[in-house]
Write a protein that binds this ligand. Structure first.
Ligand code: AMP
Length: 125
């Protein structure tokens, strides 16, 4: 079920549990601000999720409440992971769903990194 992009952070969401190490993930990157792991249901040959360590629901929540250091650290981590994956050429797609219209399913901010194939049109019509 899609979730609202704002509201109280749910500490029991699946990415909070991954951050606490309560459930397994295929981590490929971590630093003080961010963790990246493979999506459990990949939509492309490369499908990685990058999440901030802090308790933020969405881009709106993160941009309003996170510190400058958290924001810089997270944005740099997304770029670093894409570079580490070797996606700079021929390119990749970033996606962050927020709220019901975007069909956000997990109420912890995450940026999808898609790569490894031609992505096609940006959105279905
Ligand atoms: P979204 O619709 O943007 O909220 O995307 C949530 C993503 O999280 C989906 O692509 C799921 O396949 C992925 N996902 C859900 N549970 C897990 C998990 N335990 N490990 C890795 N990815 C997951």
């Amino acid at each position: 079920m899609p979730v609202a992009a704002t509201g109280d952070y749910d500490d029991g969401n699946i990415f909070a549990r991954i951050l606490r190490g309560e459930i397994p993930s295929q981590r490929i990157y971590e630093d003080a601000f961010a963790v990246a792991f493979h999506d459990i249901n990949p939509q492309a040959p490369v499908h990685v999720l990058v999440i901030p360590r802090g308790p933020y629901i969405s881009w709106a929540d993160f941009s309003a409440r996170a510190t400058d250091a958290e924001i810089a650290g997270f944005v740099r981590a997304v770029g670093q992971v894409a570079r580490d994956l070797g996606l700079e050429e021929p390119g990749y797609r970033l996606l962050a769903n927020a709220g019901v219209h975007a069909h956000q399913e997990v109420p912890h901010l995450h940026v999808h990194i898609f790569g490894g194939r031609q992505m096609g049109a940006m959105l279905p019509r």
